[in-house]
Design a binder for this molecule. Structure first.
Ligand code: CU
Ligand code: ZN
Length: 250
């Protein structure tokens, strides 16, 4: 198992670098009038995770056996085809999230931000038999219980309201304690320590990471609220303001 992961990491890095560089050149060639603009978009950082582990270097470029490749392939945040191609090559899912510019290989990683847009931790998702396991590590929160949900849409422009309501594909009511519940996006409260941090593992019981399923959580968002979710009140358990969140890649 360990050996396999090691191999995957290096092979994937090599493929990813090749695909990204190829894509960068072909983009520039295909858009002669937009070349300068395209180059401007290439300078911000990409994060690169393999099975939930950060493989980005300090300058934000992913490692490729010691050779940092230019992240020259994203224009106006659109998803590029090579990521899908790499997925076929390595036989592992490859996920891309455009607002945090995160590539994750194997397990999708959600980067979390607070309302000011500052990093607030991350979550790693994994398909298991009874749903989607969520491993979260977050900081900068107030101590105590916080409502934590999958919301329907990705967060746009850092505005948590744009995430919409709880992910609810089968038209249920809110709350794990609600006899008419629950939303697919409902999860237990996060319990934050006195130091403002939380490390927790929880489950999206009726969700899946399979693409194109009605209960797929891909492309949606995770939101942490200011207060405790009472587990029963529509529409959101009276859990108050949205204080942190991040987009689930797809
Ligand atoms: Cu919520
Ligand atoms: Zn809900």
């Amino acid at each position: 198992m360990k050996k396999k992961t090691y191999k995957l990491k290096h092979m994937a890095g090599a493929f990813l670098a090749g695909a990204m560089m190829f894509s960068g050149f072909s983009f520039a060639a295909a858009n002669p009038e937009g070349t300068l603009d395209a180059i401007k978009h290439t300078t911000s950082k990409i994060s690169y995770y393999v099975n939930g582990k950060d493989h980005s270097t300090a300058d934000g470029q992913y490692m490729n056996q010691g050779t940092a490749a230019p992240d020259s392939i994203i224009h106006n945040g659109t998803t590029y085809v090579p990521v899908r191609m790499v997925s076929d090559l390595v036989g592992q899912p490859v996920y891309w999230e455009q607002t945090s510019r995160t590539v994750s290989l194997g397990l999708p990683v959600v980067k979390l931000y607070n309302a000011a847009g500052e990093p607030a931790g991350f979550a790693t998702l994994e398909q298991v038999n009874d749903g989607v396991k969520v491993k979260i590590s977050a900081s900068g929160l107030t101590s105590g219980k916080h409502g934590f949900h999958v919301h329907e849409h990705a967060i746009q422009g850092g505005d948590f309201k744009s995430a919409g309501g709880h992910f609810n594909p089968i038209d249920k009511h809110h709350g794990l304690e609600n006899p008419q519940g629950s939303h697919v996006g409902d999860m237990p409260n996060l319990v934050v320590g006195a130091d403002g941090t939380v490390e927790a593992e929880t489950l999206i019981q009726h969700g899946t990471l399979e693409k194109d399923k009605p209960n797929s959580v891909l492309g949606r968002s995770l939101i942490i609220h200011a207060g405790e979710d009472d587990g029963v009140s529509d529409p959101a358990g009276n859990s108050g303001d949205r204080v942190a969140g991040g987009n689930i890649p797809e």
